[in-house]
Design a protein around this ligand. Sequence first.
Ligand SMILES: Nc1ncnc2c1ncn2[C@@H]1O[C@H](COP(=O)(O)OP(=O)(O)OP(=O)(O)O)[C@@H](O)[C@H]1O
Length: 262
Amino acid sequence: MAQIQVSTVSKTFSSASNAPRRVLDGVSFSIGEGEVVGLLGPSGCGKSTLLNIVAGLDEAHTGSVTVQGRPMREQLGAGFRVSYVFQESRLLPWYTLQQNLEFVLQAGEFPRSEWAGRIERVLSAVDLTGFRDFYPAQLSGGMQQRASIARAFCIDPDILLMDEPFSALDELTARKLRQSLLDLWEKFRTTIVFVSHNAFESTFLADRILVMGHGKITHEIDLSGSPRPRCYDDTALFETSKRVIRTLEQHSVSPPSLQPHP
Ligand SMILES: Nc1ncnc2c1ncn2[C@@H]1O[C@H](COP(=O)(O)OP(=O)(O)OP(=O)(O)O)[C@@H](O)[C@H]1O
């Protein structure tokens, strides 16, 4: 678990062929330990760019991102663990599911004696225990995405970042995975930041939603009052998601980042 502080982060993309474009404009927010926060906003408003900056994957920006008061790069060097789940599973196709998990455990320098226990725990959480010897191509898209969530959790990440992790899945599979994710969160209490286009998904998962537009956080929606564990049949959640959609309509206008930057 980790506390994240994003302070006046701005990002401008420049290239020889295009005029510079400012995509993020002085973005600031903080995320508490164990909090689940969604970044919600229209296509192109800078959500993935912001997530990459939080992950430490993009350091070409102004402003700062600190984790527990120190820059992410320093924290990673000190053994801090960040997992990233993408829209597609990105499993290594030449490895079985078990080998994919072993690969990240080895990279994370976990003692071999812990591997079996860790793998068992996460595979059973996403209901894939019987598929450990399958190759990714032998798994459905939903199973592959479940596997990528298992891979993310098997290293006990301090932070989990997810970029539209369920958007390529059919709704029933996405529902199961969101539930699996929250079950895992109940066990690990990992700090989670996710990007989504989906207002109900964001309402279902998050303690707080940061609405993006104009290259900034334009609004915050506090959902910490919605009881956990969350349940799909909870009509109060549907009512809340309607409020989220209304807020999104009011605050998630297209960013000026789409215009040339002077
Ligand atoms: N490497 C890059 N070079 C130039 N411009 C980029 C680059 N990456 C992103 N952009 C631009 O930055 C803006 C924000 O992109 P980003 O992917 O962060 O948006 P997003 O909100 O995640 O969009 P979506 O919801 O469609 O995935 C877009 O206008 C995009 O064209």
